[in-house]
Design a binder for this molecule. Structure first.
Ligand code: NAD
Length: 519
């Protein structure tokens, strides 16, 4: 692909600076050296999760390289903010065409680096594409307010202005959607952006950058930097970065939120999750079972909105047998094999972590209804595969319920009533998403109004809002006052300015030192 230097046997990821793909001189893995990367001093290695084959090596950029990226983004901002908004929108119009035309290549790259199936990778791209589409007509949302005659011969106008250089820090699990939650809205609003993809899946961001350049984005408006925690620290402390959009786990995200704020930046941080679905007896058994199998095990459970926890109310606990049968039918294999339903988890360490949680959960009293541990896929014996796993009769204090698992594991609890089920959800610290399956409007209404979770699905297993709304995770799943995308996202990437004008129609006197007491 364009972003990997294939002149040697080993591929080294470049970074994207001022419209060019550049090799880092971070010899020593970010130690500030001056040498080009070699296979012995790389910071991170990207491996195909289905095979462990090395795809490429990722540098940790030097401080100079990072500072240069921010300074170029700051220079670009001075010109970009003056470009008419319709012209900025037109670049997005071209960009959405380019993304559509390159969907196959993007999907291949996502599947290669992340492991998800090609079909799911296309969903990842499509969800991002919708963000680009919404940015093609952003101008109405960028409008401020005005009111004439707020005093004698006095009018007031408010403008929404861009804020400057913004940073994006991304998780590995949606290599296209997450950068596209950030870039289109940020730059169409007139800002410039320094984006750090996950060091586990950096290739998609590089291809997205190349397509955006080809769509007409001026050099410097988007910079892509590479690295891990060291790069995150540089982002959090750089004085010229005004705002940080973060997507990832709680450890990193809460750190970024605190560090970013300590350094005077706006921060929006979408974090970890534990999403519950409640099943009532009046719901459609067949449809519910199908919806849950897909929502729990798709993308090997590595979705922040995966339905990882199920609460059976009353006699629905017997439906577990159908669920187990459905889950057994799912084919686990390499994402690039089009017959696979779910791929591997991201790293061997993730596989060990998930399998250890399953084992510990059983020791703590959970019933193992389906065991996916130790799975070996014939064509890919070295892959990080875990089969769909179902733990049932789980108590709320079991480790599999208190921790985010982020693997193909469905945790099942039981409750006597809807109220009991709602208590379980409201007592869980996370607030990303939840769902209710029911045929009753009044149960749905009770759930909607009584649940303290930011995104609710009624007979919808993964209720991710479209771009005209905002992604409204809450409690431990979101830190910050302004959510990602939608109206809230526009507010995040803009600041208000008000202009109060007096054009007197007759001579007036400014002769008083007192604050006005009438208009
Ligand atoms: P992660 O927190 O490990 O990494 C996210 C980013 O933070 C990466 O760019 C990484 O380089 C950086 N990072 C990692 N460790 C760090 C540290 N100690 N200090 C500072 N920065 C650090 O997350 P991940 O494994 O890439 O992604 C999975 C997590 O992301 C899950 O918890 C999932 O729920 C969450 N997620 C949330 C949403 C959402 O919208 N709520 C969406 C996608 C993923």
């Amino acid at each position: 692909t364009k972003n990997i230097d294939d002149t040697s046997d080993i591929n080294f990821y470049k970074y994207f600076q001022n419209g060019e793909f550049v090799s880092s001189r971070s010899g020593g893995g970010g130690g500030g050296g001056e040498e080009l990367l070699t296979s012995t001093n790389v910071a991170y290695t990207v491996k195909n999760p289905a095979t462990q084959e090395i795809i490429g090596h990722v540098p940790e950029l030097t401080t100079d390289e990072f500072n240069c990226a921010v300074s170029l983004a700051e220079d670009a901002f001075q010109e970009w903010k003056l470009v008419p908004v319709s012209q900025r929108q037109r670049i997005m119009l071209e960009y959405q065409n380019k993304i559509r035309d390159n969907t196959e290549e993007l999907a291949y790259l996502i599947s290669l680096e992340n492991g998800k199936t090609l079909a799911d990778a296309k969903g990842d791209i499509f969800r991002g594409l919708e963000m680009v589409e919404s940015a093609t007509f952003l101008a109405p949302q960028l409008q401020g307010d005005s009111l004439q005659g707020i005093g004698t011969d006095m009018d007031c106008i408010s403008y929404r202005e861009p804020i400057g250089v913004c940073a994006g820090i991304c998780a590995f699990n949606f290599p296209a959607m997450i950068p596209l939650w950030m870039i289109p809205l940020c730059v169409t609003a007139g800002n410039t952006m320094v984006l750090k993809p996950s060091e586990k899946t950096p290739g998609t961001s590089m291809l997205l950058a190349s397509l955006l350049k080809d769509s007409g984005l001026p050099d410097g408006v988007l910079q892509i930097v590479h690295g891990g925690k060291g790069m995150v620290d540089k982002i959090c402390t750089h004085p010229d970065i005004q705002a940080i959009s973060f997507v990832g786990g709680n450890t990193a995200g809460e750190y970024v939120f605190n560090e970013g704020h300590r350094n005077g930046k706006r921060v929006q941080a979408n974090l970890g999750a534990k999403n519950h679905a409640v099943i009532l007896e009046d719901s459609n058994r067949e449809q519910v079972v199908k919806a849950i199998a897909g929502a729990a095990f798709g993308a090997a459970g590595q979705r922040c909105m995966a339905l990882s926890t199920l609460i059976f109310v009353g006699s629905t606990k017997e439906w577990i047998h159908d669920l187990v049968e459905d889950a057994k039918k799912l084919k686990v294999g390499a994402g690039l094999d089009i017959t696979s339903d779910l791929g591997p988890v991201i790293t061997p360490e993730s596989k060990i972590r998930v399998e250890n949680i399953i084992t510990e959960a059983i020791e703590q009293g959970a019933t193992l209804s389906l065991d996916g541990r130790g799975l070996v896929v014939d064509d890919c014996p070295n892959g990080n595969f875990i089969g769909p796993t179902i733990l049932s009769q789980v108590k709320t204090d079991n480790v599999c319920h208190t921790e985010e698992i982020f693997g193909p594991v469905l945790v099942c609890l039981e409750a006597d009533t809807l109220d009991d089920a709602m208590d379980i959800i409201n007592n869980n610290p996370f607030g990303n998403g939840c769902a209710l399956f029911t045929g009753s409007g009044s149960a749905a209404r009770k759930f909607t109004h009584g649940i303290n979770v930011g995104q609710i699905g009624i007979n919808v297993p993964i209720p991710v809002p479209l771009p005209m709304f905002s992604f409204t995770g809450s409690r431990r799943s979101m830190k910050g006052d302004l959510n990602f995308y939608g109206k809230s996202g526009v507010q995040f990437y803009t600041k208000m300015k008000t202009v109060t004008s007096l054009w007197p129609s007759k001579d007036i006197s400014f002769g008083t030192v007192n604050f006005p007491s009438d208009s």
